[in-house]
Design a binder for this molecule. Structure first.
Ligand code: 5RP
Length: 219
């Protein structure tokens, strides 16, 4: 199976985790696009979706799925999203699609985070995928120096601003042995909007697409 077929496979499997009658939190990215397309088939059974990006909102609405923003709901039973990397404890790097801040906001409303990913995303140690960080532009050089002190090379993502109007740094060369400690540390640096480490909001469950089928991993 191709990587895209594996993404579609886990996206369809994720429908089993959607709670009928409720709002479902929806992430962003190519795996989630498959999920949104599959969700359209059961739109009459759900209240609608809480979206994490302009792109996902447009796709959901194109399917006729009702959409709410994060500030319109208090809690969600489940949030479904992809990842750029996921480790053996369910900690993730996210933000390859530049939606990390809203993704974390919606994930924070949810009782469970169901990660949908093809097997290439599973790693032992996070950091081979450059760590995305949404930042305030004034702080860019200062933050680049801070990441350099940790052994990382923080590069501005060219031509990209987030849905919130901010630039992104992609930090190369990190080996993240303690994702929670790094998330807590980087979150405190002035000028950081959101770091793309999801350790405080790690996955409760991962549906991993492999050549043998969907592997369900609980954390
Ligand atoms: C977007 C994300 C995505 O979940 C992540 O980039 C994975 O994307 P894809 O499903 O396209 O591989 O964090 O900000």
């Amino acid at each position: 199976m191709t990587q895209d077929e594996l993404k579609a496979l886990v996206a369809r499997e994720a429908l089993q985790h959607v709670v009928p009658g409720e709002w479902v939190g929806v992430g962003t990215g190519s795996t989630v696009n498959h999920f949104i397309d599959a969700l359209a088939g059961m739109k009459a059974q759900i209240a609608g979706a809480v979206s994490s990006s302009v792109a996902s909102t447009q796709r959901l609405r194109a399917h006729g799925i009702a959409v709410r923003e994060a500030n319109e709901v208090e809690r969600l039973p489940v949030y479904i999203d992809g990842a750029d990397e996921i480790d053996g404890r369910g900690c993730m790097i996210k933000g390859g699609g530049a939606a990390l801040t809203r993704e974390k906001i919606v994930a924070d409303l949810a009782a469970r985070f169901v990660c949908i990913a093809d097997a290439s995303k599973r790693v032992d140690v996070l950091g081979r995928f450059p760590l995305p960080v949404e930042v305030i532009d004034l702080a860019v050089p200062q933050l680049q120096r801070r990441f350099a002190a940790l052994g990382g090379r923080a590069m501005l993502r060219a031509g990209v601003v987030t849905d919130n109007g901010h630039p992104l740094l992609d930090v190369h060369g990190l080996q993240i042995n303690d994702p929670l400690a790094m998330e807590v540390e980087v979150n405190q640096w002035p000028g950081v909007v959101t770091v793309g480490l999801f350790a405080r909001h790690r996955a409760s469950l991962c549906l991993l697409g492999t050549a043998q089928g969907v592997q369900t991993v609980r954390y």
